[in-house]
Design a binder for this molecule. Sequence first.
Ligand code: HMG
Ligand code: MG
Length: 305
Amino acid sequence: MNVLLPDRVTIIEVGPRDGLQNEANQIKTSDKISFIQALKLAGIQEMEITSFVSPKWVPQMQDASEIANHCLDDKRNFVLAPNRKGIERVKNTDVTAVALFAGVSNTFNKKNSNKETNELLNELVPIIQELKTEGYFVRACISTAFYCPYEGKINLDDTINVCRKFVDAGVDELSVADTIGMATPEEADLLFSSLLKEFPSTLLTAHFHDTRGMALANIYACLQIGISRFDTSAGGLGGCPFANGATGNVATESVVYMLERMGIETGVDLEKIMKALDHIEPHLSKPITTPHRTLYKKENKTFIK
Ligand code: HMG
Ligand code: MG
């Protein structure tokens, strides 16, 4: 095996946030909480549990405060916030890890945050500085880092420049996203190699949507250059409601399976991820059809490792 591959990888579970934000059925808060708790029992140490966005824009996330109040523990529980109003709501909870988000392209940002890129960054930079002086862990989620559904291919330098704004403002982590699942392993290698060179002191996480089945190949490309943090979503749930063509994130179960079979530790128990999905699947508008989920159902809930 390639000696450069990491021994251990951190899985950041985004199912309760990215996964559910695009779900057509309004899920009961108690069912979301059971899902989150079951994911924690599966060994997940970092998770995006909800987002404090406008309930008019994303009704599914209207119970963010309740979710935060029920699900905080000693693990890293991220909540997303889009603006000052979201941060004020976060500060009324005991949350200690915040994720702010911006795309690289103007058109996406206008649709997702009702602001163009510079306007959005100018709003977020002072918020980050303030959160850092108050001791929060701050992650920046960078959408449309490779392709935008409205503007097409994104220039590498534009992505690096948006990342630099966040790094200069003091974020702890960049989670860099292929929002509509168009990147190839070569592109993943190029962007993440550049980010590693530009931002050697910032935690770098890859967030791949699996729209075209490229995500595992992209993760493998990232592993080879030393990236060891990946956002994944149990059941492959997910998608941004404001990015045409954005389907689910790469499935947690696929990534855990691949890594563990390669001898790379994740600390996540695949069978318990299936049990977590048992909590949420009955409430979803569609069945979960990832390869592991299909096998699990076929084998009458006996999971084949
Ligand atoms: P806006 O309409 O311009 O906001 O939306 P506004 O400031 O004009 O306020 C309008 C109303 O919303 C007001 O209420 C505000 O109080 C309220 P009214 O006076 O009409 O009753 N409001 C809020 N309420 C609660 N919490 C808030 C909040 N903000 C305003 N935080 C806004 C601007 C940013 C709010 C809106 O565009 C929004 O909420 N966008 C979020 C979109 C979203 O959630 N997208 C998905 C997450 S990002 C993603 O999935 C990508 C990622 O996975 C990476 C990848 O894959 O690319 C991270
Ligand atoms: Mg996403």
